[in-house]
Unconditional design. Structure first.
Length: 177
């Protein structure tokens, strides 16, 4: 279950209803999918083959289809990051830059953990700490960035509006980094 940390006060928000309410107020979509459906050999596996990635997409095909129908998403893939990922530090430097997109940025966490740092409607920033089963959709034109938690591992399904994926638009002046 996701947890939120407000940057200005360090206050934490937890619990399904409170997290959903806070994110809804900031126009961020949050869902929690049944991660127990994932076969044991894919749980906490960060060295995925192409077949493993396809299997993950197949396991969650109904959930992906439902949100895609609702939101107009057209493509998805699976990304895996860990200390064994080549160029992990460079990837994290790119992810860790404030940016926005002209369409939704959607992530479903399969294994490991990640943090989306998002600028709220009031201009302040908050962390959304994600764990397996959490899905988040950051709306278009909202400043944000992504980073890993202390375990430095994540497997996530990325869902896109177009088959080309999204393009980050980096902020000229970062306000939170």
């Amino acid at each position: 279950m996701a947890e939120i940390r407000l940057h200005e006060t360090d206050e934490r928000i937890s619990g399904k209803e409170q997290v959903e309410s806070f994110l809804n107020d900031n126009e961020v979509i949050y869902e929690n999918w049944d991660i127990a459906k994932l076969p044991q050999h894919l749980q906490e596996n960060f060295s995925l083959t192409a077949e493993n990635k396809e299997e993950i997409l197949t396991v969650f095909k109904d959930e992906i289809a439902a949100i895609s129908l609702k939101r107009g998403y057209k493509a998805q893939d699976v990304i895996s990051l860990s200390d064994t990922t080549p160029n992990l530090e460079q990837l994290l430097q790119n992810f860790n830059k404030e940016h926005h997109h002209t369409d939704d940025e959607v992530r479903f966490i399969v294994s490991g953990h990640g943090i989306f740092v998002i600028q709220g409607k009031d201009g302040s920033f908050f962390d959304v700490e994600l764990e397996p089963g959490d899905l988040i959709s950051v709306p278009p034109n909202v400043r944000h960035y992504f980073t890993l938690m202390e375990d430095r591992k994540v497997v996530a399904v990325r869902i896109f509006v177009t088959t080309e994926g999204w393009v980050p638009i980096y902020e000229k002046e970062e306000v939170n980094n």
